[in-house]
Design a protein around this ligand. Sequence first.
Ligand code: PLP
Length: 412
Amino acid sequence: MAELSQILKQATGVVAARGEGVYLYDEQDRRYLDFTAGIGVTSTGHCHPRVVEAAQQQVGKLIHAQYTTVMHRPLLTLVDRLSEVLPTGLDRMFFANSGSEAIEAALRLTRQATRRPNVIVFHGGFHGRTVAAASMTTSGTKFKGGFSPLMSGVHVSPFPDPGYFGWSVEESTDFALKQLDYVLQTLSQPEETAAFFVEPVLGEGGYVPGNTRFFAGLRERADRYGIQLVLDEVQTGFGRTGKFWGEDHFDVRPDVLVTAKGLASGFPLSGIAASDELMEKAWPGSQGGTYGANAVACAAALATLDVIEDEKLVQNSADRGEELRGALASVASGHDQITDVRGLGLMIGNEFRDADGNPDGATAGAVQQEAAKRGLLLLTCGAWSQVVRFIPALVVNSEQVDEAASIWSDAV
Ligand code: PLP
């Protein structure tokens, strides 16, 4: 019998047979509380009936029509619907299948529009695993090991991470902006810099939220030097942080918004949004792909938007997130090895450190495994895998939050 490649390391050991809401069932029909949601993808829960219905209907009508050849109605309707939720002025979209592809689309667009070669990214940022996206990723060496040379023209500047520096938010923001000026002036050069690529909340890098002054500093420098500000909302979009977009917490206007995970409840769909003016500068033929904006994925995305609105999932994310953060903070208060519980909405991380204050991925991993044995699926993140993260579907209710917190407490 064929076996899966060694390079696929599996976090939980579960073989899923079916999913329903926040629950997954394995092949022996054992039930798990799934607080991974396919890495923050299935925001409407597994197999939401309205998403299933929309996809089934679409499969019977049209599965695929390559959209630079023939347009289809689900895509046209989706563009209209997204324009209602996208930040003002970002009226043009381009669609692909994964976060990495969308990041590459944003990279191509900003380099073409500015005719500049460099990009500046931020420590702890994760933008994907394709070669360009991995070149822009700094949230762990494992994402870029062994396949050099990577893309050139990438410069890295600090993200304001108070926990890492052991400073206040103010101090870490002062430092991050000062270092950004240093990187701009001495390494990248403003007139050679096409874009800043940044996440509103570091995802794979450890669930570290940015802050308003930091993003205002990026916006101001972007405007001053004609640099494009690209916000990677792949993980933070569609209500995950308790607001529709992660950037809504920080009052920052991007030039390009990159989105994927929460967009289509698990169907592969990603996109970038930018102004007409910027999109006009894309070189014809340079953006596209055979499978982007698949008709079934677009139909699922439309149903996803309906569910988010009708079931008030953005508010639920904020409310259940607060409950969950409170419950996790209370568990942490009895355990010295959990040194921080942080995040926004239903994107919450628990940081593990050892007695010397060093990041403790071994303990985080052991607790994650204990939780899985007790029926709660979780993932780790952070450069040392020292953060255990909770990212349930946004349909999670208070009882499920309590159940997860109780299993977590036992596992810790
Ligand atoms: N950007 C961010 C912020 C992500 O969290 C991810 C994936 O986790 C990506 C980009 C890459 O997305 P994908 O894995 O779909 O290529």
